[in-house]
Every structure is written in C-alpha cells, then in structure tokens.
Write a protein that binds this ligand. Structure first.
Ligand code: FE2
Length: 228
C-alpha cells in the first residue's frame, strides 16, 4: 500500500468515527515523529500491538480487500494461559461495502463482533475440518444469546445493535452492506502473528511504499520509530 493512501484512510476513519461519536484514546492521534521521543511508559502500546492496523491483505486492492482496524486494548498469551491479568482485547473495525475480509479462524481467540451502526455486517461462516479445510456441516453460533443454525457459507446478516459470538476453529469472513459499518470486536487475547489461520495465504500486514511521510504510525511501524 502507498503511505499516502494509508494517511488518507486514517484521515477518513477519524471523520467516520466522529460521525458515530466513537472517540479514540489520545495515542491514536500522536504524530508519527513524536514516537521517536516516547519513553518506556508507552511499552504496553507497542508490545501489545495497540493502535492503527490498516490492511489490504497483501492484495493491493483496498476497495475490495481492505480493512481498517484500531486495537484499543490487548492482553498477552501468558495472561490467557495463566487465566490472570488482561485476558481480553478490543478492536474497532470500519468495513466498507465491497470490502471482503478473507476466511480465517483462530485456534485460541474467541471473538464477538458487534454491529455498532452504519450498514449491515454480513458474515460467511464454515466449520473447519481437522486438516484446516471448509466443512460442509451446519454452523451453530450464538447471536445475542440466541442459538442459531446456518448452512455452511450462508450469509449471516447483522443489523446495527446485533452481535455474534464466534468460537475457535470457526471459519469467518465478512463484508458490509448498504453503508460503511462500525464494528466492535470484543475478544480474548489477540495474537495476529500466531493465532490466525487463513484459508488462502494472505499478507496480514501490508508492504508499504513510502511515497509520503506517515502522519500516524501503524502497529507494524513502531519498531522503526520507538526506541525506548
Ligand atoms: Fe477473526
């Protein structure tokens, strides 16, 4: 992705989140250059991967294969294994109609997706087979506390206010319909480096063409700027 496009996507995300009265914490707006002088007190942000996470899944086509995420909080896998401390995570996602997040499942993370407003969140769900393929069995999920059953791959549409719980090993992909949609992900600890099983190979974090200076850092940029 071009850095100039990433800067513009973050600018648009601020406008959208303002419209939905969803304020972000102060570090979301720290200028990229300020990160060079940040001290060890900011280590949790860096180590837990909090912040902006823009991806095109390595496809080079953000309009059809793009997603804006901002990780608000996250624990560690050690927390989760011990059952102590921060065993949870939270992200905000902005999904545009036409943008498809590829099918994947998690070995560890249990996540709820909450449609907070805008359009519809349309999910595609499959059980996984033992060798990581798509099963042709019926899918059972909880939608706002109600057990629901769907045919494999059947679109599952969530209106604003609705939420779905995704268990481990359940393949899920999603898009939005009607309008750009604000999604909150409430989950156990997030590990984007070890806990994502994509059906097809993807580039989880984008290769960046530095055609302009970054206005804001992505989680993948911290290593180049943060020295504490
Ligand atoms: Fe997921």
């Amino acid at each position: 992705m071009k850095r100039s496009d990433i800067n513009a996507i973050i600018r648009d995300a601020w406008v959208f989140l303002d419209e939905y009265r969803f304020p972000l914490p102060p570090f979301a707006n720290w200028p990229a250059e300020d990160w060079r002088s940040k001290g060890p007190e900011c280590r949790e942000i860096v180590d837990r991967g909090l912040g902006w996470d823009i991806t095109d899944w390595g496809r080079g086509d953000f309009a059809h294969h793009g997603l804006v995420l901002f990780t608000l909080r996250n624990g560690t896998m050690d927390n989760l294994r011990a059952g102590k401390g921060k065993v949870y995570s939270e992200k905000v996602l902005i999904v545009q109609p036409g943008q498809r997040t590829p099918l994947h499942f998690h070995w560890s993370k249990v996540e709820d997706f909450v449609n907070r407003g805008g359009g519809q969140l349309v999910m595609t769900l499959y059980n996984s087979t033992p060798d990581g393929g798509l099963a042709d069995s019926e899918v059972t999920v909880s939608i706002d506390g109600i057990e629901r059953h769907f045919a494999p791959g059947e679109p599952v549409t969530l209106e604003p206010g609705e939420s779905i719980s995704l268990h481990t090993g359940l393949y899920h992909g999603f898009t939005a319909a009607r309008a750009t949609t604000l999604i909150i992900e409430v989950a156990t600890v997030n590990d984007d480096h070890g806990d994502n099983r994509f059906l097809e190979p993807v580039g989880r974090f984008p290769a960046i063409d530095e055609d302009a200076p970054p206005t804001h850092l992505l989680v993948g940029d911290y290593a180049a700027y943060y020295r504490a």
